[in-house]
Design a protein around this ligand. Sequence first.
Ligand code: NAP
Length: 284
Amino acid sequence: MKIGIVGLGLIGGSLGLDLRRQGHQVYGVARRADTCAAAVMGGMVDGATTDLASLAAVEIVLICTPIAAIAPTVQALAPHLAADTIITDVGSVKGAVVQAVSPLWPRFVGGHPMAGKAEAGLAAAEADLFRQRPYGITPLETTDPDAIATVHALAESLGAQVFICTPEAHDRAVAWISHLPVMVSSSLIQACLQESDTPVRELAQHLASSGFRDTSRVGGGNPELGLMMARYNRAEILRSLRFYQKQLATLTDLIEQEQWETLTTLLRASHEARPGFVETDPKA
Ligand code: NAP
């Protein structure tokens, strides 16, 4: 297939590496000429330009820009494409994106590969980023089944496990397992920085090991992505943060009142529930 990728960063570059390896012809569009040159040099694309019109002949376009740029990009791209071209995106929020883009392009299918890294940009792109990872696809009732099937097959070809759901269900679900963790993890880092005893704070930094590395990883990631999650999935992030605040208040009360048995029950319930969320995974 001839495939276009708009936005050659971590996700766009990683997709390009995998899709080219499968034998697809991949053409990129970036804002800057030096990004285009780097993507060709890095083997992420067969060719790249700064001109959306260069994608006129592709069969499917993957929009891999930041969330705020997805709808404006589709609007600018639409006049250059053949009517049967499929457009999909990789944005981490689906309700706002699907609502804005669907009226612009009938063969649009929302998508979200659930894989990332702390680093952003093309230099962080890597092959096999999506292997054994979930991939959400969020069609509407009106979405063309052929377009859904094509995006489904493309996601599976990356080694990802596809889940089809509504944009609303996606946004509520990812608030729990992706967007809330970013906010919680960022708050953890901020709370540690509030230690006013400088030698103790520095000692904590020296003693931090795998536990802190795990719990601070997503909070120390791309700030732009965290901001976009909060702006575009605001209602669901707020809902999950309120549940989380209640949970913290419960924990605080239990510890203040030395209710060790109840605390043990709660910690045991979390220990038993975790495998339902996270399988044992050597990549994790
Ligand atoms: P990224 O590494 O910062 O890449 C985004 C790329 O888009 C940049 O390299 C930038 O390239 C380009 N870009 C920025 N603004 C643009 C604009 N207005 N028009 C056209 N291109 C623009 O970010 P990313 O992590 O790949 O995220 C891209 C998308 O993937 C986002 O929608 C995000 O929600 C989604 N996503 C991210 C993750 C993750 O964990 N990182 C996971 C799943 C999905 P130039 O600066 O060179 O132009």
